[in-house]
Design a protein around this ligand. Structure first.
Ligand code: NAG
Length: 381
């Protein structure tokens, strides 16, 4: 009796695919440094229906293709946390407040007004752990993870995340949680993902080695009612400070940010190509000591500070496009700046870092303007 019931149920669940539902599989392939990623490969797709199932599929040690065709709302699943905090950017309603996590307020903002008590959603603090050999895919615009990010740590490898939306992670509070964390990994491809309303970083590569990473065609949407710059633009966008990381950042739409979009440090090699930046209200690139950044074929529109003053790392912005040829086998594409500040870096040491690696192609900037803002993020593949 029970067996019969389950058989019938499975037939019913499988039926839609025979009536025109497109089989969900990875669209395209990774360009640049993570080009050899395969994720869950040809594993049979699983469709989690609860937050527990999603956590289990992502964290176990099986190669998996995990398809999301619904929203997974983690809000409230781990209760709330109450902590003290501070208001380094003021107590106005448009300002973010900081949680005193690991005594951050005490150590770094001793003069900021203190906030006696902050209660926030506990699920947001730490993302869902992702194991090796996983593909996480959303169907259409349905694959939404709300209230908790993804955490790719502990030396996992070979992970594809495509066409999902990660959102609403304690956006009022700095240290309320990150969108996607990579910190100790290799071969990770994040593609056509949208991130919005995040507490801390939208995407963060921490201090451990994250190896070869491709971040492509994503929408980093910084629009928020709570900002560290109190102006509706999120300060904590992209943070790449790993150890010997090689990061390809291509075709992303990075808008309504006010800083650190990206911040590059550690000894990261970053190829930023064909991204669309803007509008923004602060700096985009922050190039810290040890960073090597090749930025070509990007469009900046309405970006007052494409790169923060006082860059200590190496930045090459390809104003001399032919200088790239010997290192990457083709000329670079010049960046395009409209209603934007100056973006100029002439350190050709950057180019020697690319010798022999798989390097993403570069399209003309006109194609970036016409296609990136309308095709980046969820729902366009
Ligand atoms: C991931 O897949 C590779 C290749 O099949 C395999 O060697 C490795 O053990 C897998 N990793 C895990 C943690 O299962």
């Amino acid at each position: 009796m029970r067996t019969t019931f389950f058989v019938l149920l499975n037939v019913a669940a499988a039926a839609p695919s025979h009536f025109g539902r497109r089989d969900v599989s990875v669209s395209g392939s990774a360009e640049g440094f993570a080009s050899s990623v395969t994720g869950g490969g040809s594993a049979t797709a699983v469709y989690p229906t609860t937050t527990e199932e999603l956590v289990s599929y992502l964290g176990d040690d099986q190669a998996r293709v995990i398809v999301l065709n619904q929203e997974f709302d983690f809000t409230g699943t781990e209760g709330t946390t109450t902590s003290s905090g501070c208001a380094p950017w003021g107590t106005g309603s448009a300002c973010q407040t900081a949680i005193n996590k690991d005594d951050w307020c005490t150590n770094y903002e001793p003069n900021a007004p203190t906030v006696a008590s902050i209660t926030y959603d506990a699920a947001g603090e730490l993302g869902i752990s992702v194991g090796s050999n996983k593909t996480l895919l959303g169907e259409g615009t349905k694959g939404v993870i709300k209230g908790k990010g993804l955490r790719i740590v502990n030396n996992v490898q070979n992970i594809i995340i495509q066409n999902i939306h990660v959102t609403e992670i304690n956006p009022q509070y700095v240290w309320g949680g990150d969108g996607i964390t990579i910190d100790g990994a290799d071969l990770v491809w994040i593609d056509h993902v949208k991130t919005s309303l995040i507490g801390r970083q939208h995407i963060v590569l921490g201090t451990e080695a994250s190896g070869r990473v491709t971040v492509s065609n994503n929408e980093i949407d910084g629009q928020t009612s709570w900002s560290a710059t109190c102006d509706g633009n999120h300060y904590w966008g992209l943070y790449f400070t790993g150890s010997n990381d090689q990061v390809t950042l291509k075709g992303n739409y990075i808008h309504h940010t006010s800083g650190r979009s990206p911040k590059v440090g550690g000894n990261t090699i970053l190829h930023a190509v064909n991204n669309y930046f803007g509008p923004s209200t602060g700096h985009n690139f922050e190039v810290g000591s040890g960073a090597y950044v090749l930025a070509e074929g990007n469009v900046f529109d309405g970006v007052p500070t494409p790169v923060e003053d006082g860059a200590q790392g190496a930045l090459f912005t390809a104003e001399d496009t032919s200088a790239c040829s010997s290192a990457i086998g083709r000329a670079c594409v010049a960046n395009s700046l409209t209603d934007s500040g100056t973006f100029s870096g002439t350190n050709t040491d950057v180019l020697s870092k690319f010798n022999g690696d798989t390097v993403a192609t570069a399209e003309a900037v006109a194609a970036v303007t016409s296609s990136v803002p309308s095709s980046a993020g969820i729902g366009h593949i």
